[in-house]
Design a binder for this molecule. Structure first.
Ligand SMILES: [Zn+2]
Length: 218
């Protein structure tokens, strides 16, 4: 799906001259595509989700992007933003991930999977992703090897702190959305799921529109 989003944005969005698409924040890409979709199809987005009370999937509708909470970068935000890790005592300078980082993480993850001789537990790209967020350690720029060594040895209290500070500094649309179960009546917060319907909304006559086409943008 990210490949499709990238190709739509590259051909349909106009960026300032000299702007490199891969330097876009990962969160800005979603903000852009959510807006492109709203312009093309309208804001309504239907999705399926499951409440723990029943095996049956249910369908809910939200308005995209206006139902999602938008976080803006804090006033005076700068990179790297420093986080002191409570247990190991190191201070890491963090940066937000760009599309170029995401591509590097995907490549790394694929290499790990290709090289693995037995099934891998968890996400093989996880530590690499944590390392890509680090710009400095104790104020000094360091190579990837040192960053990987630091995140590999992190105790959970430090890794939770690093994750939380990263999320607190992140901007963009929150994917957490409230839904109400039609079976038990409970309101729940879920992560908005994505399916093919994101690009092919069901039209009222029962047919389905094709993926974002040129006519919507001309
Ligand atoms: Zn329920």
């Amino acid at each position: 799906m990210t490949l499709l989003i990238d190709s739509i944005l590259k051909t349909r969005a106009f960026f300032p001259e000299g702007f490199v698409y891969e330097s876009l924040l990962v969160t800005d890409r979603f903000f852009l595509i959510a807006n492109v979709r709203a312009i093309s199809f309208g804001e309504e987005y239907a999705f399926q989700w499951r409440c723990p009370c029943t095996q049956k999937a249910q369908r809910s509708v939200c308005k995209l992007p206006s139902d999602l909470k938008l976080f803006k970068l804090a006033e005076g935000f700068h990179e790297p933003f420093e986080v002191k890790l409570p247990k190991c005592g190191s201070t890491v300078g963090l940066r937000l991930l760009r599309i170029s980082d995401e591509k590097a993480i995907d490549t790394y993850r694929q290499q790990m999977m290709d090289r693995a001789t037995e099934p891998l537990l968890g996400d093989p790209g996880y530590l690499f992703k944590m390392a890509r967020r680090i710009a400095t350690i104790d104020g000094a720029e360091v190579g990837l090897e040192k960053k990987l060594a630091l995140v590999t040895d992190l105790l959970s209290v430090d890794s939770i702190k690093m994750q939380k500070e990263y999320e607190d500094n992140e901007s963009g649309l929150s994917l957490n959305i409230e839904v109400k179960c039609r079976n038990c009546g409970q309101e729940r917060e879920i992560t908005l799921p994505f399916s093919a319907e994101f690009f092919r909304p069901e039209s009222p006559d029962g047919g389905s529109e094709t993926a974002v086409s040129a006519k919507h943008f001309e």
